[in-house]
Ligand binder design. Structure first.
Ligand code: CMC
Length: 430
């Protein structure tokens, strides 16, 4: 391939074909290879989409080498420090930070929908008590399409807006109910006088027989965690939401697909895996043994919470959360062995040649689990909290895709390496 400023030529045999280069506002330009197959009869091969842009987007920008994360141009550090979660949800979904009036209106649009259909409670009761809350969240999110038919027409802009409000409003209720069901406590209805993070704490931890006092330190930290997880451009779950949506599936079904994809330990399930790993390690003196295991190519063990496909410098979200983890644990007066182990693991890994060479830094999940546990959330709820925060990004990305005139049903190609045509062998001859 030879590169000119605005196009790239590909030579194959005696033939030459041209491919336009498209510039974004930030980040690498892309080579538009949509005509490649027609011109050459070849597909491209890129498992894991390492070099492939699957869409155009104006929502989130990441510079992995510089450790930069921007939502609609605003730095994640500024948003995490200064915003309420619903301001960030507005920003992601509307493109601008809200004015005070827009913020008030958006809050009332969201709080109008915080309750879920009463019959959905019966749906919960069908699950085993020991079901993983992520399994419940996945099922109940998908079930929303069975309860809210009047907002499933993706070609109607008003219905898309109502579905957006419903999904952002109801995810905390769905998540808190998954927790309540698993501990055998009664479901707690939302309180619309509380902000997004406070209301979630209330629905999760309040019980009908006592007054529940919201700890402002905990609420502030949870607000920060929600903001840090709100969107992250075309990661596995977001791409899943877009791919599911590309067929015209309704938004509730698409978000349920995103929840399912997020669950994996290489993605949203990593914060749960970090805590499980720390409890397996058990004490600071056993850390070198586990660092050795992580480096051993014959051992499948990996240091959970380290490494990222995109961030090859520090994960900026991890920077914010590292500070928040210390703040919350100090304020709550918690001496956490897991935090001590995490700090030591971080110190060793950041000095160790293996991790330095491969640019493996602590990611957001490394610290979020420690804070969430200090707040009283069970480990099994960590990924559910990630899902509820990421829902706002998923739905913004889904909306962007629906109105994108270049959008097509997602249909990757493959490199087939199986058998060629074979003679069929009858059952009695095999
Ligand atoms: N511990 C030990 N070695 C690692 C780790 C780790 N956590 N992560 C990557 N490596 C090694 C890997 O073995 C490979 O070594 P080599 O070049 O010698 O073969 C090299 O680093 C590159 O790894 P990779 O698997 O090609 O990198 P990737 O971009 O495909 O994977 C990752 C990224 C996040 C899946 C991976 O780093 C990982 O499994 N980390 C642990 C799980 C985790 O914390 N996931 C949360 C990601 S952040 C939250 C989110 O955005 O969802």
């Amino acid at each position: 391939m030879s590169d000119t400023t605005k196009s790239v030529s590909l030579h194959k045999g005696g033939d030459q074909s041209e491919y336009p280069v498209m510039d974004g506002t930030l980040g690498p330009s892309v080579i538009d290879i949509r005509k490649l197959y027609g011109n050459t009869g070849n597909f491209t091969y890129d498992p894991g989409f390492v070099s492939t842009a699957s869409c155009e987007s104006k929502i989130t920008y990441i510079d992995g080498d510089e450790g930069v994360l921007l939502h609609r141009g605003y730095g994640i550090e500024d948003l995490a420090e200064n915003c309420d979660f619903l301001e960030v949800a507005y920003l992601l979904n509307h493109g601008e930070l809200p004015t005070p009036d827009q913020k008030t209106k958006f809050e009332s649009d969201i709080t109008y929908h915080t309750m879920i259909h009463e019959q959905m409670a019966n749906f919960y009761r069908g699950f085993r008590r020991d079901a993983h809350p992520m399994a419940i969240a996945c099922g109940v999110t998908g079930a929303m399409s069975a309860f809210y038919h009047d907002s499933t027409d993706i070609n109607d802009a008003h219905q898309r807006m109502i579905a957006t409000h419903r999904i952002i409003a109801k995810m905390p209720t769905i998540a808190a109910m998954a927790y309540k069901y698993s501990v055998g406590q009664p479901f707690i209805y939302p309180r619309n006088d509380l902000n997004y993070a406070e209301n979630f704490l209330y629905m999760t931890f309040a019980v009908p027989c006592e007054d529940y006092k919201i700890n402002p330190i905990v609420a502030k930290a949870l607000n920060k965690i929600f903001i840090l997880h709100a969107d992250h451009e075309q990661n596995a779950s977001t791409s899943t939401v877009r791919l599911a949506g590309s067929s015209g599936a309704n938004p509730f079904a698409c978000i349920a697909a995103g929840v399912a994809s997020l669950w994996g330990p290489s993605h949203g399930g990593a914060n749960e895996a970090v805590l499980n790993m720390l409890s397996e390690i058990g004490s600071v003196d056993r850390i070198p043994e586990y660092v050795k295991k992580a480096k051993d190519k014959d051992d499948p063990f990996r240091l959970m919470g380290f490494g990222h496909r995109v961030y090859k410098n520090f994960d900026p979200r991890a920077k914010v959360l590292r500070a928040a983890a210390h703040e919350v644990l100090n304020d709550l007066g918690i001496q956490d062995e897991a935090l001590k182990m995490a700090m030591e693991l971080e110190r060793i890994a950041l000095e160790d040649e293996y991790f330095v060479e491969r640019k493996l830094y602590p990611n957001v999940d490394f610290y979020s689990g420690i804070i969430l546990r200090a707040m009283g959330f069970p480990v099994s709820m960590f990924t559910v909290l990630f899902a509820l925060a990421r829902t706002t990004g998923w739905i913004a990305q889904w909306n962007e895709m629906i109105v994108d005139p270049t959008q097509k049903i997602g249909r990757p190609r493959q490199l087939y390496t199986g058998y060629g045509p074979r003679e069929f062998i009858a059952l009695d001859k095999r």
